[in-house]
Design a protein around this ligand. Sequence first.
Ligand SMILES: [Fe+2]
Length: 206
Amino acid sequence: MAKKEVPARQTPINAQPRIHQRAGEIQAYGTVSHGLPLELEEPVRLEMTEQLNLLLADTMTLRDLYKKSHWQVAGPTFYQLHLLFDKHYAEQVEIVDEIAERIQLLGGISLAMAADVAETTRIERPPRGREEVPVQISRLLDAHQIIIGHCRELAGRASKLGDDGTNDLVVSDVLRANELQVWFLSEHLVDAPLVHAEEPSARKAG
Ligand SMILES: [Fe+2]
């Protein structure tokens, strides 16, 4: 049998890793790729990915606000809040991934880096220092309120445009998880007695 000729390589094999590489972007932020067989028009995917990126930036900020609260919490409720804040943090991590991957699935580009998130989020920036528990919880509730309000608007818009997948994600995964977390947080701001039940006569009318 004749020996098969192996074509010569244009560049010799080199074991040296090619580090420090840079090149132009393969897709610009704020665009959607063409030709995806999703039966969703490009303008719909553009609008949905833009809105989902806002939701993503706010969710990433809320996620980080939970970790800040988890680390910095102080006082008699330290242990339970330390655990609760981390549980909510882990749930928000999941939500972040679901929103980001929905954006990519629609042909868009997800925000990813902290500096870009900080420029985009509508959630008020907290101080670097430590705050007391009622303020921590209030900040978290304010952040949830922004996200929940946006979810309601976005779910309606997605449904109107025929993007049922985004509607389902926003309602089932984002809105409902945020509603539940709001309940768990807000019960901590009820001024209920810890040890001594209040005498009925001590309660002020109205
Ligand atoms: Fe921890």
